[in-house]
Design a binder for this molecule. Structure first.
Ligand SMILES: Cc1cc2nc3c(=O)[nH]c(=O)nc-3n(C[C@H](O)[C@H](O)[C@H](O)COP(=O)(O)O)c2cc1C
Length: 191
């Protein structure tokens, strides 16, 4: 399958998943997939702790632990962030929570701007990935949201110079029984 084919499949799947009358694809415990449709309830404390644990245990540049979580779960704040995060518009506010992954500038200040930003983003991506995989393992639906914000977006941490490195929408999956289409086979990833 070419990159373009996979991209076309992604666009079609996303459209199907977000379509009002179409049942979404389910998660598989052994094969992680993104899920953007959620039951409209909060997740249990145990599951929240599991996701935070995964983030706390993520690999990070020199183990500095410069990535911090803002757990957004009030309806008002989910709507606010769902509108500010470009890639989450129209669906992210329906998640049980939006996990915002912030990099503390103090942690990355010994690097130049480009290197600091790169390390911060990499740390954030590892943290998101750990939580993503853990979410799948425990039956929580999740989807990464890239940290591009609409123009004029503001928040306390942004104003303090913190870097938003990514976000993860999480919640119990709608239609958990449905299996997602398969990804590449293991051997297929080899060049
Ligand atoms: C760096 C990155 C950015 C992404 N940004 C978004 C986003 O802003 N909005 C969204 O709906 N999905 C986003 N995703 C999820 C991808 O669309 C999804 O991972 C991809 O289609 C593959 O599907 P899968 O995760 O089920 O394997 C992002 C994923 C990654 C890795």
């Amino acid at each position: 399958m070419s990159y373009q084919d996979r991209y076309v499949e992604h666009r079609a799947r996303k459209a199907r998943e977000l379509g009002a009358d179409v049942k979404v694809l389910g998660y598989g415990k052994l094969s992680r997939r993104s899920r953007r449709r959620f039951e409209g309830v909060s997740i249990d404390r145990w599951e929240r702790t599991q996701l935070l644990w995964a983030i706390a245990n993520a690999p990070s540049s020199c183990n500095r632990g410069g990535v911090w979580v803002q757990w957004v779960d009030s309806a008002e704040q989910r709507c606010r962030w769902g509108e500010m995060l470009v890639g989450g518009v129209g669906w992210a506010q329906h998640a049980a929570a939006i996990i915002l992954l912030w990099a503390d500038p103090e942690c990355y200040q010994h690097h130049n701007d480009v290197m600091g930003a790169r390390l911060a983003d990499q740390d954030g991506a590892f943290a998101a990935c750990m939580a993503h995989v853990r979410a799948c393992e425990i039956g929580v639906a999740s989807c990464y949201i890239c940290p591009n914000l609409i123009e004029g977006a503001s928040s306390t941490l942004l104003n303090r110079g913190w870097r938003l490195t990514g976000a993860l929408a999480v919640g119990y999956p709608m239609y958990p029984e449905l299996e997602p289409p398969p990804k590449r086979e293991a051997e297929e990833v080899l060049l």
